[in-house]
Design a binder for this molecule. Structure first.
Ligand SMILES: [Zn+2]
Ligand SMILES: [Zn+2]
Length: 161
């Protein structure tokens, strides 16, 4: 209970993509609760002006953040997926569809019928329900913090060798 999963979702209008945060409110019942717009992916900027000496020598560390990319390890989750409080941040749609061809998610009007997949172009009538999804679980931080507890106590668990 209370587990969260994040997965990428595209806006049906093609305006952009966002991270949909699903929360397991009941056992194996996942609700989309929150949408976090992804930064627009820009082509890499070329540095203006002459390279510095360090850059010419190949010794400079890049201080700019690298191009944002969303590529955490994926986990396959089975269950039922519902729309919770989430709305598409681009068009306000309150539904979503999983493409049968590429498996990507796209926002969709609740009463819509004809669907066109943004990432792969597949289109057709919407049918059935989503019974599984690939997402990334938000449990990395939790295990980190348990390792850093000041009393040094850890829960029993598998030993990594
Ligand atoms: Zn949308
Ligand atoms: Zn597709």
């Amino acid at each position: 209970m209370g587990q969260k999963m994040e997965t990428k979702m595209y806006c049906q209008t093609g305006k952009g993509a966002f991270i949909a945060v699903f929360e397991e409110l009941e056992r194996e019942e996942w609700y989309a609760m929150e949408a976090k717009p992804l930064p627009v992916e820009k082509p890499a900027e070329k540095p203006a002006g002459k390279p510095s000496l360090l850059q010419r020598l190949g010794l400079a560390f890049s201080t700019k953040p690298t191009t944002p990319s969303y590529n955490p390890p994926k986990k396959h989750v089975k269950g039922a997926f519902f729309m919770g409080d989430m709305k598409c941040p681009f068009c306000g749609n309150q539904g979503f569809v999983k493409c049968g061809a590429c498996g990507e998610l796209t926002c969709f009007p609740e009463n819509g019928k004809h669907f066109k997949c943004i990432p792969c172009g597949n289109e057709g009538e919407v049918s059935g329900t989503i019974s599984d999804m690939d997402g990334s679980m938000d449990n990395q931080r939790r295990s980190d913090s348990s390792l850093n507890r000041p009393d040094g106590q850890r829960k029993n668990g598998p030993t990594l060798r």
